[in-house]
Design a protein around this ligand. Structure first.
Ligand SMILES: Nc1ncnc2c1ncn2[C@@H]1O[C@H](COP(=O)(O)OP(=O)(O)OP(=O)(O)O)[C@@H](O)[C@H]1O
Ligand SMILES: [Mg+2]
Length: 271
């Protein structure tokens, strides 16, 4: 049988000439120039770019939270029309239900999609174990550290069995050590689940460590400035960051981002 011929080469996600302008008239902000980008099934794509270049806008359009001004986004060849449980979103911080225990936060999605209470709890326990929080299942979010809360957020997104995970700077609020440990954990989870991931970060190291594809964006209006295909995501060894190739790519991306950050700064000063 196999796939119908027209789907054989279909990417998991296709941004087709997607542009976005916020507002009208002289106050309008052109957030994104037409962007065309394919994301393959199972890819781990990191978006890097200066503040305000439209990274969150692009992710929110794929999530279905925002509509593009022009162009369209396809998932499995079908246009994105709004939020969909096949796309799980993890925000920068919080977004947990503060009045619910950790386990109930994670079980919420499965329950909402019609699973029995027992089944939802079983699924929630499985994902809490995956993120190493089994012993905190009965606690409330305020009893957890920031890093632990982010892990609950990831477990909660995974519990809905999304096909794509959308993560907007999920580790931005964490200290460097916790962040590195969670990066290793997310890599392990990605190796285990092979989900398609779109990940926004300001950290070049994080992108190089995790991504199969890095997309560097220009200052606003966001365009794709460069793409990289680092090979470090396939490795389990945290020491890949010490390799010469890692340092070379890091320096190259650093140079590109610095140009764009300066352009963005200049733009802000002229507003
Ligand atoms: N809802 C909105 N209404 C009006 N303007 C918006 C809205 N959302 C974003 N913008 C504007 O669009 C541009 C891109 O914003 P976006 O949040 O996508 O940037 P970003 O790359 O995610 O930045 P950061 O790295 O700081 O998170 C910014 O100039 C921002 O002010
Ligand atoms: Mg953002």
């Amino acid at each position: 049988m196999g796939l119908p011929p027209q789907q054989a080469g279909t990417p998991k996600v296709r941004f087709e000439e997607v542009s976005k302008r916020f507002g009208d008239g002289p106050d309008a902000v052109q957030a994104l120039e037409p962007i065309t980008l394919d994301i393959a099934e199972g890819a781990f794509t990191c978006l890097l770019g200066p503040s305000g270049c439209g990274k969150s806008t692009l992710l929110n359009i794929l999530a279905g939270f925002e509509q593009p001004t022009a162009g369209r986004v396809l998932m499995d060849g079908q246009p994105v029309r709004g939020p969909d449980p096949r796309r799980g979103v993890v925000f920068q911080q919080g977004a947990l239900f503060t009045w619910m225990r950790v386990i109930d936060n994670v079980a919420f999605g499965p329950l909402a999609t019609g699973k029995s209470a027992a089944e939802a709890t079983r699924i929630a326990s499985q994902y809490l174990e995956m993120v190493g929080l089994t012993s905190f299942a009965r606690r409330y979010p305020y009893e957890l550290s920031g890093g632990m809360q982010q892990r609950v957020g990831i477990a909660r997104a995974l519990a809905n069995s999304p096909e794509i995970l959308l993560m907007d700077e999920p580790f931005a609020a964490l200290d460097a050590q916790t962040r590195e440990l969670l990066q290793e954990e997310i890599k392990r989870i990605w190796h285990e689940t092979r989900k398609t991931v779109l990940w926004i970060t300001h950290s070049i190291d994080e992108a190089l460590f995790l991504a199969t594809e890095i997309v560097v964006m220009s200052a606003r209006p966001g365009r794709i400035k460069a793409k990289f295909h680092p090979g470090f995501a396939q490795s389990d060894d945290p020491a890949v960051v010490a390799s010469a190739e890692f340092a070379r790519m890091k320096a190259e991306i650093f140079g590109l981002l610095r140009e764009e950050a300066l352009a963005a700064q200049h733009q802000e000063a002229q507003r």
